[in-house]
Write a protein that binds this ligand. Structure first.
Ligand SMILES: Cc1cc2nc3c(=O)[nH]c(=O)nc-3n(C[C@H](O)[C@H](O)[C@H](O)COP(=O)(O)OP(=O)(O)OC[C@H]3O[C@@H](n4cnc5c(N)ncnc54)[C@H](O)[C@@H]3O)c2cc1C
Length: 289
């Protein structure tokens, strides 16, 4: 196996332009090393960990920029992430174990493009964007269109994710990320649901709501019909029930070793109901009634 250790982004891009088809980028390695052991060995590895400037969390106007090499533990321990984008903080807090969080990067979680990747549902409800570098230039891609299927993303074989742009949610909005897994810890999500809800000025109606579903379709998905159903209305028990059932119908889960498709749909319904009720209460001070 060939091994490359570029010291700059442009050096990494030259290697990927030439060898991208047979090599793999490695960041924290918590997915790549498991694949090498249990699946297949790539022709080479491009270790990007020695490239300076690709990690860290910075405020940037009305949002933040997160370097692709920022670890999940750095997200979890960031006061800024916890205060400004708690939906992403919650995902990092529920991620694997401390040991894995210390090594795993947000860029690796995104570029792995696993439907169950913990940070993906929060990033699609935050309407965050990926900054990608290629040998022939850069592009910025919203996460709502970045994922193309399990293991497939706009980064392709020759792109490098350098940064994640996260706009801050509207003032007064509240977010939550709920994960259901077989084991309490050290387990990837059977279902993950992210909800970001903004009430109107009088705190009587849902002004805006975004619902992201993870591990229940080939890519993370927004439950857009459910979002449309909720906008402009007060969250009554009847609406909550209808919305949760609609979110389940917007998922298209598979049956695998973790769960049946039917059970996953039921969990989407339960977590959506819980996520909406929690964010409504946090944003308006009212119970659903
Ligand atoms: C025991 C265990 C528990 C786990 N639990 C969870 C969990 O609870 N939730 C969860 O979501 N995941 C979990 N994972 C999976 C894994 O830890 C995450 O997906 C992690 O975020 C991957 O990050 P990494 O830096 O280790 O990526 P790597 O393994 O280095 O890379 C992952 C993929 O992304 C590509 N890549 C990495 N960085 C870039 C970049 N900047 N640009 C382009 N491509 C890039 C690599 O080529 C590879 O395809 C677990 C893994 C293990 C081993």
């Amino acid at each position: 196996m060939e091994y490359f250790e570029p010291k700059t982004v442009s050096e990494a891009l030259s290697v990927l332009a030439k060898h991208g088809a047979e090599t793999k980028v490695i960041a924290g390695g918590t997915d790549v090393m498991v694949d090498i052991k249990f699946k297949e060995e790539p022709g080479g590895l491009v270790n990007i960990k020695k490239i300076p400037g690709l990690s860290g969390i910075k405020e940037n106007g009305a949002g933040m920029r997160i370097g692709a090499l920022t670890t999940i533990r750095e997200l979890e321990t960031s006061a800024l992430v916890r205060e400004k984008v708690p939906v992403l903080w919650e995902a990092s807090h529920q991620f694997a174990s401390l040991q894995v969080r210390n090594t795993a990067t947000i860029g690796g979680n995104i570029c792995r493009a696993s439907p169950s990747g913990e940070t993906l549902a929060p990033l699609i409800v935050l309407e965050a964007k990926a900054k990608l570098a290629f040998a022939d230039g850069e592009k910025t891609v919203p996460f709502t269109s970045f994922f193309q299927g399990p293991g497939k993303s706009s980064a392709g074989a020759t792109g490098l994710l350098t940064e994640i742009e996260v706009p801050y949610p509207a003032t007064g909005s509240k977010g939550v990320y709920l994960k259901h897994a077989v084991r309490g810890a050290m387990d990837i999500a059977m279902v993950g649901v992210a909800v970001l809800l903004t009430p109107d000025a009088g705190k009587n109606n849902v002004q805006d709501v975004r619902i992201g579903l993870g591990a229940v379709a080939p890519t993370p998905v927004r439950a857009t019909k459910t979002e449309a159903l909720l906008r402009g209305k007060p969250l009554t028990p009847a609406l909550l029930k209808e919305a949760a059932a609609m979110a389940a119908s917007e998922s298209s889960p598979i049956t695998d070793q973790r769960s049946s498709a039917e059970n996953r749909r039921w969990i989407v319904e339960a977590l959506t109901r819980r996520g909406l009720a929690q964010t409504w209460k946090a944003a308006t001070g009212k119970e659903v009634a």
